[in-house]
Design a protein around this ligand. Structure first.
Ligand code: URP
Ligand code: ZN
Ligand code: ZN
Ligand code: ZN
Length: 466
């Protein structure tokens, strides 16, 4: 089966081109001006539209059990929503398993969750819930036999790891060719502030934000940067950055040529802590929390000046009614996380590209090219080069979209972006050449998604990030 995308503006991380794109057997096989359609070729007219690499969302939590609740999107509903939002690959975070379990235990479980369900391609990040010799031994096999070339550490929550464990993990992961990713928040500082707030009866959603101010996060970012340097300059990726101070620490590390990268998410660019003062403030409880407008502005500067590398969603959905039932007015009992996997591409396109903050190429770098390079998917994904998977999203900048949860495809009962006006509309999403979404409607198939064995971390590939 051949498909020819004609008359569009092709965009990749390097630039934009008036070219057509020919797809055969799910692969990009020609890219040139005015390609003539052969026999049996479906023509897709992309006049006036951007034709870009499908989105790669490297931060989701489908089907995750956080102890007090299980997130309401599984690998079917979560990837369906992703596809409708222009994303063609996700890398999900394996959740914590039973106390003492090893890395392969969670890997087998996650393969069971995803196989036969995912509608787009997927990989997993390993999760480190404790460190011992056995876990360190397992890491090489995870990278080279299982295709898991990134691992996440949490510095807070139930399975937080100590600095000593962090050092051992960083050192070994660098050695076996994996990227260490981290949720950086200072757990002791949060516990200290939370107990004072709770003792004073301050348990409303705004107190969630007050329990973990940006210094809790920035301190942990600074610490992780220094620990990574001490661990033989291990490569480090900071997830869900929410503030400018943390970004300043990262800029400083970069000036010292340290291999560090950072992700932010649409919620930290577009929602501020005023949300917690709304009647439905519990909808916005996540960690790190939403910050004030000054931090949002600082993150936008980082998006524009190249100091932020990726935009992912951290999609982790708990319905509003469940949040209310569990929390009953007490933020400490509310599961943390926001839905958003379907909105990332259009939000960043509208508020980034259409508002003139970033170029279309930078948009591609943030949403697809850089994630592919960092997480072992390049050159198969993250670009429109010959031989790459035909993962494509078509965006029409002339149309506009108003976000309305009733039209989304996740399993949550709300969107944090309800009523947001976006300039642009997602017209088509193709995953390996198959049309998985058209005009916001799902047209794919449950189980079509393939597990991606990712390549080991490669500093030559990350050297060319956009
Ligand atoms: O509050 C959040 N972000 N929940 C999802 C898990 C995590 O911390 O990434
Ligand atoms: Zn996190
Ligand atoms: Zn997360
Ligand atoms: Zn829904």
């Amino acid at each position: 089966m051949k498909r020819l995308i004609k008359n569009g503006i092709l965009v990749d991380s390097d630039g934009q081109y008036a070219q057509d794109l020919l797809i055969e057997n799910g692969i990009i096989c020609q890219r040139a001006a005015n390609i003539e359609p052969g026999a049996d070729c479906e023509i897709i007219d992309a006049s006036g539209c951007y034709v870009m690499p499908g989105g790669i969302d490297v931060h989701t939590h489908f089907n995750i059990d956080v102890g007090i609740a299980r997130s309401c999107d599984d690998f079917f509903t979560g990837t369906r929503a992703a596809a409708c939002g222009g994303t063609t690959t996700i890398i999900d975070h394996m959740g914590f398993g039973p106390a003492g379990c090893n890395l392969h235990h969670q890997l087998h479980l996650y393969h069971q969750y995803a196989a036969g369900n995912a509608v787009i391609d997927y990989g997993f990040h390993g999760v480190i819930q404790h460190i011992n010799d056995g876990i360190l031994d397992e890491m090489a096999g995870m990278v080279h036999d299982e295709g898991i070339s990134s691992f996440k550490l949490y510095l807070t929550y139930h399975y937080k790891v100590s600095d000593a464990e962090v050092l051992r993990a960083l050192w070994q992961l660098r050695r076996v060719g994996a990227l260490t990713t981290v949720h950086p928040e200072n757990d002791a500082a949060i516990a200290f502030r939370r107990s004072a707030l709770v003792a004073a009866g301050k348990t409303a959603p705004i107190h969630h934000a007050q329990s973990r101010p940006l210094e809790c996060e920035a301190e942990a970012i600074g610490r992780m940067i220094n620990l990574a340097r001490l661990a033989d300059n291990a490569p480090l990726y900071i997830v869900h950055l929410s503030n400018g101070l943390g970004l300043d620490y990262l800029r400083l590390a970069r000036q010292r040529q340290q291999p560090v990268w950072v992700e932010t998410c649409p919620q930290y660019l577009l929602l501020n802590e005023q949300c917690y003062l709304r009647e439905d403030g519990a909808k916005y409880i996540l960690s790190p929390p939403l910050r004030n407008q000054q931090e949002l502005d600082r993150l936008w500067l980082g998006i524009a000046d190249g100091s932020i590398d990726t935009v992912a969603t951290d999609h982790c959905s708990f319905p509003y009614h469940q949040r209310l039932a569990l929390a009953a007015g007490d933020f400490t009992r509310c599961p943390n996380g926001l839905p958003g996997v379907e909105n990332r591409m259009l939000l960043l396109f509208s508020h980034g590209v259409m508002s003139g903050r970033i170029s279309p190429s930078r948009f591609v770098a943030l949403t697809s090219g850089n994630p592919a390079r960092l997480f072992g998917l390049w050159p198969r994904k993250g670009n429109l080069n010959l031989g790459a998977d035909a993962d494509v999203v078509m965006i029409d900048p002339r149309q506009s979209t108003v976000i309305n949860h009733r039209q989304l495809h996740d399993n949550a009962d709300y969107s944090p972006y309800e009523g947001f006006h976006c300039q642009g509309a997602l017209v088509l999403t193709l995953c390996r050449g198959e049309i998985v979404a058209r005009n916001g409607e799902f047209t794919g198939q449950q189980g079509y998604g393939q597990f991606l064995r990712r390549r080991p971390f490669d500093s030559q590939i990350t050297a060319k990030m956009g």
